[in-house]
Design a protein around this ligand. Structure first.
Ligand SMILES: [Zn+2]
Length: 277
């Protein structure tokens, strides 16, 4: 029961975040795609390809998709496909449905059953979450951390260290610098991600390849966590300044910079040089 409640809270949280970003309608009254304003996220869209004789209520499928997919995609990663094709196929096999980012496949014989159609939203959610190795929620002192692991080979000891570092450092940064920062954060480990780590909205994405190779570099949480506290949104200032501040915060509040042999870059002559007018 506790686990069920946890998952529900998690989904509500992600769905709310996703919908907050998709306010304008997907199409203009003429049917032409409406132009996206600069810096606005792309919309989520589903295209249903039905080559079977089964009639499905496409409005209901659209509603179910909108209730489930944006939350999944927002948690899954920055590059998770927003345009999804749903193919309804005719197969006598026991197959029901499968769903990965960008592609849903449904057995027409299965979905034409009223009971299955009524439960489509839950079935879709379940199928999408199968793409993740695990989802865990930790709550402490008014803060919540959802940890989505997409790599079964991710070292669990590092995962534990990342969570501990979050609960040690993040509340201090929030109360010291910006108490309007969200208290609900999502960590995602991604095998497809080529960088080290990055933060956006209420989510921090980690490369498992990097973390497995650098298990002591846990103060990435301090640096990336501070990007959430900075919360400059789309109108961020110069990158060097945003990053410089986050590095300084890591230097000052990090829990194990010595263990990870991390230091601030040395001051150079150029940094102190004043421009002559
Ligand atoms: Zn950074």
């Amino acid at each position: 029961m506790i686990k069920k409640l946890t998952q529900l809270t998690f989904l509500v949280m992600l769905s709310a975040a996703a919908f907050a970003q998709t306010t304008p309608p997907a199409t203009a009254p003429t049917g032409q795609p409406q132009q996206r304003r600069r810096n606005q996220p792309r919309h989520y869209a589903i295209t249903i390809v039905n080559n079977t004789k089964v009639n499905v209520d496409t409005a209901q499928i659209n509603a179910d998709f909108k209730a489930v997919y944006p939350g999944f995609a927002a948690a899954d990663g920055y590059r998770t496909k927003r345009e999804v094709t749903m193919r309804i196929i005719d197969t006598a096999k026991k197959f029901t449905l499968s769903a990965v980012a960008g592609e849903i496949v449904v057995n027409g014989r299965w979905i034409k059953d009223k009971k299955n159609f009524a439960g489509f939203q839950n079935s879709l959610q379940e199928a999408l979450h199968k793409n993740w190795t695990s989802v865990d929620t930790t709550r402490k002192d008014g803060y919540q951390l959802v940890f989505i692991n997409k790599n079964s080979a991710f070292n669990p000891a590092i995962r534990k260290d990342l969570v501990e570092t979050f609960f040690t450092v993040f509340p201090v940064l929030v109360s010291t610098f910006n108490d309007k920062t969200t208290h609900e954060v999502v960590f995602v480990t991604d095998t497809a991600y080529g960088g080290v780590a990055e933060a956006s909205g209420n989510r921090i994405l980690f490369s498992t390849k990097y973390m497995n190779a650098h298990p002591t570099d846990i103060d990435i949480v301090t640096h990336e966590g501070f990007h959430l506290v900075q919360g400059y949104g789309y109108s961020a200032g110069p990158v060097w300044l945003t990053e410089g501040i986050a590095d300084f915060i890591r230097y000052k509040y990090g829990v194990d910079n010595i263990g990870s042999k991390w230091t601030m870059p040395a001051v150079t002559y150029c940094q102190n040089k004043r421009k002559e007018i």
